[in-house]
Design a protein around this ligand. Structure first.
Ligand code: NDP
Length: 268
């Protein structure tokens, strides 16, 4: 909340000083397209993607960042997607483009191979860090998962902070023995309730990145990779699912968009 509040103040300060409102672009076919600053391009009609885009739009609105959205059909050609990316690139009111399926251009989600390379190379800093890992960073950790989107950049960010980092992946034997050593445990495996209370060192800080849909007699609900009920009796602090890393990811997306606008406008 404090990050969102700070972004709101900065957006208002920019608007009052140089009459610039940063924007993000989202792409839907059947909605009116409004001019704005951060562009999100959504390909296909996956329900979870649609809800992420909705949350991003609402978050933009809450801080005064304008958003544009366009929804393309699942079978859109690369040329069609690129056409939108190019038009947002050429739109001076757009300071960031978020593509639900990543494409290399004004990519404030930070997945471009060049940005990933800068993150991995010691002594170099990428101009934007992927939004989910940026929301997780802390002093020392064991990271479950090594994907390009979460696990790998989280590990690199922690190393850049001089943390000693151990990565667990699907081929790791006895993961619970490793997690019990962790002062900070970051779970990003996409496996519901995989991390039990007994896997956690007493007093550890647990960041649960996992978002998993599970069915129970009351219908579908969201759970993380960590068994929250057990973990909160052992951990000193733990992020909930939903309502933890997800909103922090969105806060970081807004922060990256604001940074982009400030850089382009040379606004201090
Ligand atoms: P991927 O499926 O790309 O990667 C999963 C990683 O976890 C892989 O490295 C895999 O290992 C590892 N893994 C899978 N099963 C196990 C296991 N049983 N034991 C140990 N390691 C395992 O997923 P993502 O990284 O994209 O996402 C991870 C989770 O985070 C998902 O639930 C996703 O929904 C959520 N997420 C949440 C976000 C947020 O904003 N809160 C943003 C992005 C993702 P291997 O490499 O060997 O296959």
């Amino acid at each position: 909340k404090s990050i969102i509040d700070e972004i709101k103040i900065e957006v208002a300060r920019m608007d009052a000083s140089i009459y610039v409102v940063p924007g993000l672009a989202v792409i839907f076919f059947f909605f009116n397209v409004r001019l704005a600053g951060l562009a999100v391009i959504l390909v296909g009609d996956r329900e979870d993607s649609a809800s992420y885009v909705r949350n991003k739009k609402n978050a933009c609105e809450s801080v005064g960042i304008k958003s544009v959205d366009v929804c393309l059909p699942e079978d859109s050609s690369e040329e069609e997607v690129l056409k939108y990316v190019l038009s947002f690139n050429n739109d001076p009111s757009i300071y960031g483009i978020l593509v639900q399926l990543p494409l290399p251009s004004k990519d404030v989600d930070g997945f471009h191979p060049f940005k990933m390379g800068l993150l991995a190379k010691r002594g170099c800093e990428p101009d934007f860090v992927p939004c989910t890992p940026k929301g997780c960073i802390e002093k020392r950790a064991v990271v479950i998962g090594r994907s390009n989107i979460v696990g790998m950049p989280v590990s690199l960010l922690l190393q850049n902070e001089d943390a000693t980092v151990t990565t667990i992946h699907s081929k790791t034997k006895n993961p619970e023995e490793i997690t019990r050593e962790a002062d900070i445990l970051i779970a990003a495996a996409g496996r519901p309730n995989m991390v039990r209370g007994s896997w956690i060192k007493p007093g550890a800080v647990v960041i649960d990145v996992g978002i998993n849909h599970v069915q129970d007699p009351n219908g579908s609900r969201l759970v993380g990779d960590v068994c929250h009920e057990e973990a909160c009796k052992v951990a000193s602090a733990i992020t909930p699912v939903p309502g933890g890393v997800g909103p922090m990811t969105i806060a970081m997306l807004l922060s990256n968009t604001l940074t982009s606008a400030k850089r382009i406008q040379e606004f201090q």
